[in-house]
Write a protein that binds this ligand. Structure first.
Ligand code: ARG
Ligand code: ZN
Length: 877
């Protein structure tokens, strides 16, 4: 465990590396507790670096065995070595070979960074700073080298040996029980893209031929027995490869592309060159074990990691401040892929829901930071919704501003110019500025300025002048270390809808034209006057959520009902309904009684009845905002119990008012077997299960019985899980029976048990904290496995606001105990769990004080990791 560094790393302090590495030869002999790593580095002084700097290699917990320079062993006084660094103050020349032998213990590696074991397999995770836990190296993303890797292991223990690139040779090692494989990756890469796998794994093979005719061997490696569960992931991989050729002109560039699924993984997956390593949650699926949401998640993560081969690997990041350069862009690319493969509007709605739930909340609290931060204490804490999801929104805005053609030209120029480079956000923007001829200097603020802009739009129809005037103001609230904000560029897609429900032609009074029906706001206050308007139109602004902002308008409830029924932009139809729900829920939570919900009910009824609409879209539009979303809209002095009560009351009102329609939907949407994970069938299930949820919300015995019947009869996990999720909301014998049944069915399937843990952690009842504590004692739970921890503890802390924020503080105390216990073993996951406090300042005073006490208890604990110290310190600042 590392202690918190006293000084942050700063973007402004970036210096080019003093030494470069041209080639790396690794010889890795796998052993459970003493893996031997011999590394031969061809080092060369960087002509663009400090000409007098010593050779400084990073390490983390390494044991040095032997050191040689140009083949000659180095004597003790010739270098300085510690577990954290290896320094040669007097290199023999400006170009030499350094050979380093180290020992590492993969079994003791509970951080899951570097070389570790998952079940009995060996695997690696090197991004961002894990390679230094395998061998001494200039472990920074701007040192690119060509790797050749020889790996050997016991044949019985690790029949499969994989690394990056193409396989050169493999075979037995005579007179031993060991064997070896040599892998060579011709593409220079930074150390964070190195990967190695050894274990007893089954290969699911397939084949792909790229557009220009290169044959590629595809393999997905899974635990023996799980092969059938990898077929969907393989299908998603081939579709991703084709899509990147078609949409971005990017082809695959090696003879082999392998994916390995492991059970212990800190994040979702990792794009190591030619050897992606995945959390098995994002590979394994079968109709009986995975929900439609799981299938969609697999499709998008498989695509995401594959797309990194260009956006991340061929063009990588100069330093970790540029993380959004690869992550924001790659999230944008995987979102576009899923939109093309499924329904674009539904994908957009669900992405915006995620953005608001994860990023807007982050941006509104003490952990707010720019898409490109300017300093950090622990880079692992910056794999955030802001870097990923807001980073993707910024790329999307660029496309909206530039239009499809110039956007693609900018992408092509970026790749052409920086292929093989470690690039920056400035490089990225310069390519688009050049390709489009536009000045993007103000746009660049989206990368440096934190916070979600608040935008107000006031529309005024003038019948005499036949004009519609739109006054826009923008303001970005202060965030940590950024008290003053500048106006940003807002591309706002707009429609003015006439009384007949049709969009009016848009003509501005000053002759400015409106390419693609987008107004560009660049100032703090700006007005737009549309001419030739004959009757009062209804404003539809920020269509498709074209800018990631908090928008308020002077639209009346009746206007929102109109938009919900008539807007040709599906996102804003959805948003109009959500807007109506928010108005009711906020007032209800504040006063204890719900105001009249008639306008919302009316709009929902029309939408439900509209047979031209996709069921998946209806399911999104009719799902009322969650408790966290409501809390975010309220913004301050939030009482989670009041939010919960208001939400439950509204849900019941809607269920009562729309009972007949919901019954009809439930009956009509039953899908005939067999199960198919496709978007159309998934959409029907989503709407049917939403209907089930509404119809059961009052807790009537017949309704509970129906949910139980669906649970028992389901032939797929989507329907079984949806029924269970409904049942756990009600304290009935059926709940206990169903939970029991589910456990017995799936006790040997950890990914399914995660669903069971997670649902119980979300029960909004006083007994839940005790239940969660009891669940941690079960053999199916383990604090050492990140998926288990996220499923149980993460769900409790982030998806059960009434119980996590219990007024007696017991929920807060529990989380702190978990975090402190976990920190010594896996600081990354511990820090993630602790970040559940990121919204604590929006709570009412009693709960806010309890959360603050809990955070102070963490901060006051000696010997914490840098990860947890950083989150605790920033949360309290
Ligand atoms: N680059 C990976 C991705 O595709 C994330 C890896 C981050 N890992 C970590 N331990 N912080 O998103
Ligand atoms: Zn990524």
């Amino acid at each position: 465990m590392r202690d918190a560094e006293p000084h942050p790393v700063r973007l402004a302090d970036y210096r080019p590396p003093a030494w470069l590495v041209d080639t790396v030869h690794l010889d890795i002999s796998l052993h459970p507790t003493a893996t031997r790593v011999i590394s031969r580095l061809a080092l060369r002084r960087n002509p663009k670096g400090d000409a007098t700097a010593p050779v400084l290699l990073d390490g983390d917990g390494l044991t040095l065995v032997r050191l040689a320079v140009d083949g000659t062993p180095l004597a003790g006084g010739a270098y300085e070595a510690s577990p954290q660094a290896l320094i040669l103050r007097h290199p023999p020349s400006d170009r030499f070979t350094l050979e380093v032998e180290t020992l590492v213990d993969p079994t003791a590696n509970t951080q899951l960074m570097g070389l570790y074991r998952s079940r009995d397999n060996y695997c690696t995770q090197c991004e961002p700073e894990g390679f230094r836990r395998i061998t001494y190296f200039p472990d920074r993303s701007d040192v690119l080298a060509v790797y050749t890797v020889r790996v050997e292991a016991s044949r019985a223990e690790a029949p499969v040996l994989l690394s990056n690139g193409n396989l050169e040779r493999s075979g037995p090692i005579p007179d031993t029980d060991r064997h070896y494989a040599i892998w060579h990756d011709p593409w220079p890469k930074p150390s964070y893209l190195f990967a190695l796998v050894g274990g007893n794994l089954s290969k699911v093979p397939d084949h792909f031929v790229t557009a220009s005719g290169r044959p590629v061997d595809l393999g997905i490696y899974v635990e023996p027995g799980k092969e059938a569960r990898a077929t969907y992931a393989m299908d998603a991989l081939k579709r991703s490869m084709r899509w990147d050729e078609k949409v971005f002109g990017r082809e695959y560039d090696l003879d082999v592309f392998n994916i390995v699924a492991v059970s212990d993984f800190n994040m979702g997956a990792m794009e190591n060159k030619g050897l992606n390593i995945f959390n098995d949650k994002y590979v394994l699926a079968s109709p009986e074990t995975a929900t439609d949401t799981d299938y969609a998640g697999i499709e998008s993560v498989i695509a995401h990691e594959y797309f990194h081969n260009w956006s991340g690997n061929r063009v990588t990041c100069r330093d970790w401040f540029q993380l959004c350069l690869k992550e924001g862009l790659t999230v944008f690319r995987d979102q576009e892929f899923s939109s093309d493969e499924r329904s674009r509007p539904v994908k957009r709605i669900s992405d915006v829901r995620t953005l608001k739930a994860a990023q807007f909340t982050e941006d509104a609290g003490p952990l707010s930071h720019p898409v490109r931060p300017e300093s950090y204490h622990e880079i692992n804490n910056f794999y955030t919704a802001t870097v990923y999801e807001k980073g993707a929104e910024v790329v999307r805005m660029l496309k909206t501003l530039l239009g499809d053609e110039d956007f693609r030209a900018g992408m092509d120029l970026y790749y052409a110019r920086h292929d093989g480079d470690a690039a920056t956000i400035e490089d990225f923007l310069a390519a688009f500025a050049e390709a489009s001829g536009r000045d993007l200097s103000q746009f660049a603020l989206w990368y440096s300025q934190a916070g979600t802009p608040r935008v107000s739009a006031q529309g005024q129809f003038d019948p005499a002048a036949r004009t519609y005037r739109l006054d826009i103001r923008q303001e970005t609230p202060p965030t940590p270390a950024q008290p003053e904000k500048k106006p940003v560029v807002l591309p706002l897609a707009i429609g003015l809808i006439g009384p007949d429900g049709q969009d009016l032609p848009l003509t501005l009074d000053d002759g400015r034209n409106l390419p693609r029906h987008v107004i560009e706001v660049t100032q703090a206050e700006q007005s737009f006057v549309f001419t030739g308007i004959d009757a009062r139109p209804v404003l539809s602004l920020n269509r498709g959520f074209s800018a990631p902002i908090n928008l308020s308008t002077n639209l009346a409830d009746a206007d929102l009902v109109f938009l919900a029924a008539h807007d040709r932009d599906p996102f804003n139809r959805f948003d109009a309904l959500q807007g109506l729900a928010f108005r009711i829920l906020k007032a209800g939570a504040a006063s204890g009684t719900l105001p009249d919900a008639a306008p919302l009910i009316e709009a929902a009824r029309l939408l439900l009845a509209d047979s031209t609409l996709d069921p998946a879209f209806k399911a999104q539009a009719l799902a009322i905002p969650g408790e966290n979303e409501i809390a975010r809209e309220i913004g301050s002095n939030v009482d989670p119990d009041a939010v919960f009560t208001a939400r439950r009351a509204l849900k019941r009102q809607l269920a009562t008012a729309l009972g007949t329609e919901l019954e009809e939907a439930y009956a009509a949407l039953a899908a005939p077997p067999p199960y198919s994970p496709g978007a159309a069938a998934a959409g029907r299930r989503a709407l049917r299960n939403l209907a089930l949820d509404y119809l059961t919300s009052g807790g009537a015995p017949e309704a509970i019985a129906r949910a139980k019947a669906q649970f028992m009869a389901a032939d797929n996990m989507t329907d079984r899980f949806a029924a269970l999720a409904v049942l756990v909301q009600h304290d009935t014998p059926e709940r206990a029976e169903a939970l029991d049944d589910f456990y017995r069915r799936f006790v040997t399937d950890p990914l399914v048990i995660d669903k069971w843990l997670s649902l119980q952690a979300q029960i909004p009842e006083a007994g839940t904290l005790e239940r969660v504590k009891d669940l941690t004692l079960l053999p199916v739970f383990s604090m050492a496995n990140p998926n288990r921890v996220r499923a149980l503890i993460g769900a409790f802390a982030t998806a059960n606001p009434t119980q996590f924020h219990r007024p007696d503080g017991a929920g807060h105390d529990f989380l702190v105990d978990v975090v402190l216990g976990l920190d010594a073993k896996n600081p990354q996951v511990a820090a993630r769990m602790l970040s559940a406090f990121k919204t604590f300042r929006q709570l009412e005073p009693l709960r806010r004080a309890s959360a603050e006490r809990a955070l102070r208890r963490v901060a006051a604990t000696p010997g914490l990791s840098a990860d947890v110290t950083d989150i605790a310190t920033r949360s309290l600042s």
